[in-house]
Design a protein around this ligand. Sequence first.
Ligand SMILES: CC(=O)SCCNC(=O)CCNC(=O)[C@H](O)C(C)(C)COP(=O)(O)OP(=O)(O)OC[C@H]1O[C@@H](n2cnc3c(N)ncnc32)[C@H](O)[C@@H]1OP(=O)(O)O
Length: 424
Amino acid sequence: MAPELRVTQVDPQDREALRAWSVPSRAAFLQSAPTEEDLQERRRAVTGHRLSAVHDTVAGEDRVVATLRTFDSELTVPGSGPVSVDAVSTATVLPTHRRRGLLTRMLTADLERARHDGHAFAALIAAEAPIYGRFGFGAATRATSLVLDDARVRFRPDAPAASGSLEFVPDGRTAELAAVHDRTRRHRPGGLLRDEAWWQAAARRGPGRWLGHSGHVVLHRDERGVADGYVAYDVTDESVGRVPDGTAHVRDLAAATPAAYRALWEFVTSIDLVRTTRAGNRPVDELLPHLLVDPRAVQTGPVDDLLWLRALDVPGALAARRYLGCGTLVLKVVDPLGLAEATVRLHVAAQRCGADGWVCAEVTTTDAEPDVVLPVGELSSLLLGGTSAVALHAAGRIDCSAAAAYTLTTLMATPEQPWCPTWF
Ligand SMILES: CC(=O)SCCNC(=O)CCNC(=O)[C@H](O)C(C)(C)COP(=O)(O)OP(=O)(O)OC[C@H]1O[C@@H](n2cnc3c(N)ncnc32)[C@H](O)[C@@H]1OP(=O)(O)O
């Protein structure tokens, strides 16, 4: 980085500093300069976050030319619920300053800090797939889209029955939605904490927001009146003449019980004047097709990566999750940034089994000959159970025998595919 460039930390409560910080972050994401309202909202959203800025002198003035935002969050890992994670976002560089190493400088400094602060993981959503592998991140969750032909959606007689009740949620009333999400995000690997600021931002409307301009939220309650699911959806109308042709766009659907899951999908696919239901960012192993008489009423795809993970402490990351298989492997983890290099023995024995079937691993550093040599990004993409070690081995990305790749695949496997429904 050129000597005239300086890195500072920005206080979100400093109005002018936040305005200067917001210029590159909006320009790089192809948005216009921030309005007063944008700034107010941004301040609420980033309070308590770490904001880095790179400054340059441009036409004699000090200007922010690059940004990075990180904050402490929680990530659900297989079998053991949420663990702390360094969440990385708003990595932006003005187009006039790209490819001069500014992202590299900000991100490596933050990862070193996060490692020092005791985080075993960092996580981000990558704008483009080629950017973050060099920093030791690997794609750890995938997501897909669904298109439903509503007229063909009929539930099988053996599907869980819909019980309980449904109600529209008035704008801004997010407390019960937050409680439902908090219940559901703890079960599937890849779930992330949504804090109060996330829900405050969700309550506001506009283009690109959770609910867009004209979305609705419907809450499901069980028979005792406890909220256990919701669907947030937007509707567009493509009707021509008197032939109704509306589309419901599911923005978010969370269900803590099978009854809520069925009731919410049944509701959103049976709205009058709506013929098609679309849903984005859904898990790749969505249950819905299995519940239908005609599973082809649901068209699935394309599938894309979503959450990228980076182990910062290899023994800590392996010990944080639980396992369903058993076996022993020595893993040598290579790290391009030198932050998490380690050789560890991962031992999962059946007798360490918990009541729910998940097993704690014994993870010890060792100087034994490794069974598997792998880059930290590849390890990170295996950790939530969404990537096959057999596939990485076949692609030449991890160095081991076919038998060791198989053992690693069975050790890392999870009953449900990891999924992250939360953008940040
Ligand atoms: C977590 C998030 O916030 S994701 C959002 C990322 N931001 C965006 O997509 C907004 C638009 N893009 C940008 O602001 C910038 O181009 C950034 C942030 C992606 C990259 O910033 P830069 O300062 O240019 O990156 P930097 O110079 O440190 O590049 C490091 C390396 O990554 C490579 N790289 C950087 N961006 C990309 C990319 N989009 N595609 C492929 N390679 C890339 C560079 O070529 C360089 O490679 P090298 O070391 O082999 O020379």
